[in-house]
Design a protein around this ligand. Structure first.
Ligand SMILES: Nc1ncnc2c1ncn2[C@@H]1O[C@H](COP(=O)(O)OP(=O)(O)OP(=O)(O)O)[C@@H](O)[C@H]1O
Length: 583
């Protein structure tokens, strides 16, 4: 019943549509009972040898047809309304779920795996459709209808009332036994989650799998997940289908006891024939609702599990956001004694520094020293473990993601283009931007020429274009996206992969246009790009070990000097490689 309560709660946002569907289905149920009562009237006239005219028969036949027609019309209308309510509910659930994901830390999402969220968002929510579209509007009348029939029968003759319930105990026993299979159902759901995660990982890692010719081993993991899912599914059905079949066969036999016992009562003269016939007819009318009800009870266990999975994600602790509406004054950034750990691993250790408005700050350090993490904390990817980060005097945890996002453009190392047109990919930065604005920034970011060379220009979908674009070109599109957003603070995670010299010049030119008059934090992998920075922060093992300008650090910081020397050496290597002189 817990799953049922939860579904009702989600659907209650669309109450009026659910009520409309329920009313229509209920009317269809009532319209479906009336023909049985009319048939009863005709039969009684025959049995009791009462006179009836041809016009009476025609009116009754017409009435029966009319009510059957009403039943069909109401049912179809009700079904339409219930699907309307169902798809609105599914959409509402997806919006709630997506909003929830937005509040989770990126770390939590990575830990759980994309497959899990995909399963929640697509499969689990999809499976609610059958339930909401059919169970809520139909299930409730299907409970009410047998109840009405039982009450009528009890009023006419309590013995008939009792006998009409003859098949129900069998149904209850079978359902109870099926409910006991919930342990097996848990195994099935766990296997299903794992299979989903394995599929996503397999397809996601396809490129690596192929490059390293790991098809066999990678496929093995995927195959095992699918085989386990198959085994658990079959085990579940093997145990439940006998019960399901028994139930489906016995429960609809509502006249199981009523017919033989009622007939013997009639023979012995303790039951009038009219009452007997009426009871049989009325009891037959509830067999369909009982079967449908049975289907829903079976489904309820499934949906209950799925909704619990969803609820687990919905109850996951999100990032701390206590918006106090305070607006930052200026764009000065302050890190004060910031501490952060991934799980148990301390990665940022008591780091404090200030970034002046409209200045350029570079973060340098060995690989794994915590540069990217330090920058990502500013965009609130994770909650910090201690200290505070403020923009213009306001703590980032006191700003909603929307508000925070208005202040910062984060240009990540990995370029991510959505599978929509290039135009829309750039427009993500400013959803109300005109085409002209998009084209203007694309020109500034050095994208216009190669975009125009694509088959459909700006309307080429990134999926199709993706195969034809170089890494550098994709990077410039993401720079254009950040440029059109025009946020006052830019966080730039410089790409480690070196592109060809021409592309690199173009990226540098695009970046220069992006960062003009902005507060810039750059995670630098190539030190030559940041020698003019207003301040350079040197990170080592999560600690801020030195800070200053390039010249200051060259003179005072051993760590920076070592990084600079290593950089110069790699530059020499690059020149040698370009000249073909490897010796
Ligand atoms: N999502 C994560 N979960 C757990 N540990 C992580 C995660 N991301 C990074 N780390 C660890 O945190 C430490 C700092 O990583 P970070 O990416 O911030 O370093 P970095 O200096 O930017 O490295 P690089 O120059 O190689 O990009 C590393 O030891 C890394 O292994």
């Amino acid at each position: 019943m817990d799953g049922f309560r939860k579904i009702i709660r989600y659907a209650s946002d669309y109450k009026s549509k659910v009520y409309k569907a329920m009313t229509l289905i209920f009317l269809s149920v009532i319209a479906g009972i009336i023909p049985y009562i009319m048939i009863y009237d005709i039969v009684i006239k025959f049995v009791d040898d009462k006179p009836f005219t041809l016009s009476y028969l025609l009116i009754m036949a017409g009435g029966i047809l009319l009510f059957l027609l009403f039943q069909t019309i109401f049912y179809l209308q009700g079904l339409g309304a219930s699907h309307d309510a169902a798809y609105d509910t599914l959409m509402g659930m997806r919006v709630k779920f997506t909003n929830k994901i937005m509040t989770l830390s990126i770390g939590d999402i990575q830990k759980e795996g994309i497959g899990k969220y995909k399963k929640n968002l697509v499969d689990d929510i999809d499976s609610m459709e059958a339930y909401i579209a059919h169970m809520i509007p139909e299930g409730i009348p299907y409970v009410v209808m047998p109840l009405i029939v039982f009450i009528i029968l009890f009023i006419i003759d309590w013995r008939m009332g009792l006998l009409s319930m003859g098949s129900i105990p069998f149904g209850i026993i079978a359902m109870t036994l099926m409910m006991r299979l919930s342990g097996k159902m848990d195994d099935y759901y766990k296997a299903s989650s794992k299979a989903n995660a394995a599929i996503v990982e397999y397809i996601h890692g396809m490129e690596v799998v192929r490059i390293f010719n790991k098809t066999a081993t990678s496929f093995e993991k995927y195959k095992n997940a699918i085989t386990t899912l198959k085994d658990f599914t079959l085990a579940l059905y093997r145990d439940s289908w006998t019960l399901m079949a028994m139930n489906a066969a016995i429960l609809p036999c509502t006249i199981l006891l009523l017919l033989p016992v009622g007939f013997s009562m009639y023979i012995r003269g303790t039951l009038p024939l009219s009452t007997f016939i009426f009871s049989v007819l009325l009891t037959l009318s509830i067999s369909v609702p009982l079967v449908r009800l049975l289907e829903y009870v079976g489904l309820l266990t499934h949906v209950s599990k799925k909704i619990n999975e969803l609820e687990k994600t919905m109850e996951q602790r999100g990032l701390t956001v206590e918006d106090n509406g305070q607006s930052p004054v200026g764009n000065e950034i302050l890190y004060e004694n910031v501490v952060f750990a991934y799980e148990q691993k301390d990665v940022i250790k008591d780091v404090s520094f200030k970034v002046e408005e409209n200045s350029m700050t570079a973060i340098v350090g060995r690989s794994g020293s915590g540069k990217s993490t330090l920058a990502k904390l500013l965009v609130h990817y994770w909650d910090i473990g201690g200290g505070d980060i403020t923009i213009g005097g306001v703590s980032i945890k006191n700003m909603t993601f929307d508000r925070l996002s208005k202040y910062i453009s984060y240009v990540a190392q990995d370029t991510f283009l959505f599978n929509i047109s290039i135009m829309e990919n750039i427009r993500i930065g400013k959803p109300d931007a005109t085409d002209e604005e998009v084209i203007k920034v694309a020109k500034m970011a050095g994208c216009h020429d190669f975009i125009m060379n694509l088959e459909h220009g700006y309307n080429t979908s990134a999926g199709d274009a993706g195969k034809k674009l170089s890494v550098g070109e994709k990077q410039r599109i993401t720079i254009a996206r950040a440029m059109i957003k025009d946020a006052p603070i830019i966080v730039l995670d410089e790409a480690t992969s070196s592109t060809d010299a021409e592309n690199e010049d173009k990226i540098q030119e695009a970046l220069n246009n992006l960062i003009a008059n902005k507060t810039l934090i750059i995670i630098a992998h190539r030190l030559s790009t940041i020698v003019h920075a207003d301040q350079i922060l040197v990170m080592d093992d999560g600690k801020l070990v030195d800070k200053g300008t390039h010249n200051e650090l060259l003179n005072n910081s051993m760590d920076y000097k070592a990084l600079w020397d290593a950089h110069m050496k790699s530059m020499e290597w690059n020149i040698k490689i370009e000249e073909g002189n490897y010796a």
